[in-house]
Design a binder for this molecule. Structure first.
Ligand SMILES: C[S@@+](CC[C@H](N)C(=O)[O-])C[C@H]1O[C@@H](n2cnc3c(N)ncnc32)[C@H](O)[C@@H]1O
Length: 270
């Protein structure tokens, strides 16, 4: 394998994780998908759109669970190519049910009222105009269908140094958005809030982190001892930083409904 120690050291976080072929997952992983599928009543006859599908984690999970049709879209063609590669290795039934396309979640140019569920597994935060994206999700959803958003939020304000380190590592600019921020945003979309689920992220022991980092360092074939050690040395502080961030972080699943007729406000129970 043509990768020298200097290259490993200098790789950006995104390139490093792509090099390690780490599976991208929605916040909360399988637990979030389970909550979303069960509580949006997705079944075999449903059509689902996964916005910002990346390599297709949510699309695959939803299709595998409900055996329904799923389209995954992402603005990044490399992600769609990787998703299609994984699809080509899946069972024929899923190769028929799932498809991946390059498209912008803010303006897909797809037909309106097409999907029983339009969902995002941690992508809304990466979309420049979130409200525009939600208008598009709503347009694509069938009347009485659902819009599902899986997110991270801070249940406790993280120390500013931690946030700085996270932003520096990932080359992004996350803000310590809390539950109130997201609930205010969802209210502003005008969609009916239908179901909410949230849980704190896991905090791992040092031993668990080291086991995982050792596995990830040794997983790639054809690397020599020095290369494996260089990967370990770079990955361990990254995972320690994520673990520290998880002390303050929760994941949430929010399911909203596109009503056909308006609902009357209710004082006790919706
Ligand atoms: C954190 S990843 C989402 C993870 C993914 N749902 C999964 O389960 O693996 C965010 C994704 O959103 C995509 N994205 C960003 N802006 C987008 C847009 N305007 N339209 C569609 N996808 C977008 C990015 O390319 C990236 O793949």
């Amino acid at each position: 394998m043509k990768i020298n120690l200097k290259k490993i050291e200098e790789m950006s976080y995104v390139d490093f994780m792509a090099f390690l072929e780490e599976t991208n997952r929605a916040p909360g992983g399988k637990e979030s998908i389970r909550q979303l599928v069960l509580n949006s009543f997705v079944n075999q006859s449903s059509k689902v759109l996964d916005v910002g599908c990346n390599t297709g984690y949510c699309s695959f999970e939803i299709a595998h669970l409900a055996k329904c049709r799923v389209t995954g879209i992402d603005i990044n063609k490399n992600m769609i190519d990787s998703a299609n590669k994984l699809l080509s290795e899946d069972l024929p039934i899923f190769r028929d049910l799932i498809d991946f396309k390059v498209a912008d979640g803010q303006d897909t140019r797809f037909e309106e009222n097409e999907y029983d569920l339009v969902m995002s597994g941690g992508s809304t935060v990466f979309i420049p105009d979130k409200l525009k994206a939600f208008r598009e999700y709503e347009r694509l959803t069938k009347p009485w269908g659902f819009v599902g958003d899986i997110i991270f939020f801070y249940h406790e304000n993280p120390p500013s140094k931690l946030l700085e380190d996270m932003n520096g590592l990932m080359g992004i600019n996350i803000e310590p958005w809390d539950l109130k921020y997201w609930k205010d945003f969802y209210r502003s979309t005008g969609l009916e809030m239908f179901y909410e689920f949230g849980n704190k992220m896991d905090y791992k022991t040092d031993c668990e982190i080291k086991d995982y980092v050792a596995y990830m360092s040794e997983k790639k074939q054809g690397l020599n001892k020095e290369q494996i050690e260089a990967i370990y040395k770079k990955l361990y502080p990254i995972m320690k930083l994520f673990n520290e961030n998880h002390k303050y972080l929760s994941f949430g699943v929010f399911i909203m409904r596109k009503r056909y007729t308006p609902s009357e406000p209710s004082l006790f129970g919706e």
